[in-house]
Design a binder for this molecule. Structure first.
Ligand SMILES: [Fe+2]
Ligand SMILES: [Fe+2]
Length: 143
């Protein structure tokens, strides 16, 4: 999946997190079998922080459709967590299918819900800060 100029939503910490997300999807799309579970675990941890970060901003600036946006995050996180559990038991094929589908979800979500959130945050003047939890830090070493 290529990073597109359209993905830039004008909110640097959000754009940075999205760039990391796309980078992780690409690693998962081309990794060796033995690396898949570890990389998927890292993607799930990153996604938890990604969504928490957006929820924190929504809450802080009173984003009106917060429930809708958070609900969508919860549905996606449930799916990726369930797939991770299946991958851990050996169903790599399901994991590969998830990784093939997530770019479509991301493109749509970024173009709609995240774009609306970024625009709203900018309109309020709220200074969105990046989360500093370990999940969003670059991996110390990829093996
Ligand atoms: Fe996002
Ligand atoms: Fe979002």
């Amino acid at each position: 999946m290529e990073w597109k100029p359209d993905f830039e939503l004008g909110l640097p910490p959000m754009d940075e997190t999205h760039r990391e997300f796309v980078g992780m999807l690409n690693e998962l799309a081309s990794c060796a079998e033995g690396e898949f579970v570890g990389l998927l675990e890292r993607l799930v941890a990153h996604t938890v922080t990604h969504f928490e970060q957006e929820a924190t901003w929504m809450h802080a600036c009173g984003f009106p459709p917060m429930r809708c946006h958070v609900g969508e995050h919860e549905r996606v996180l449930k799916v990726v967590s369930e797939v991770l559990a299946r991958v851990r038991t050996g169903d790599l094929e399901l994991g590969r299918r998830l990784i093939a589908e997530l770019p479509h979800w991301f493109e749509h979500h970024a173009a709609t819900m995240d774009r609306a959130l970024a625009g709203y945050i900018r309109s309020t003047g709220y200074r969105a800060q990046a989360a500093t939890t370990p999940a969003l830090q670059p991996a110390a070493a990829s093996s």
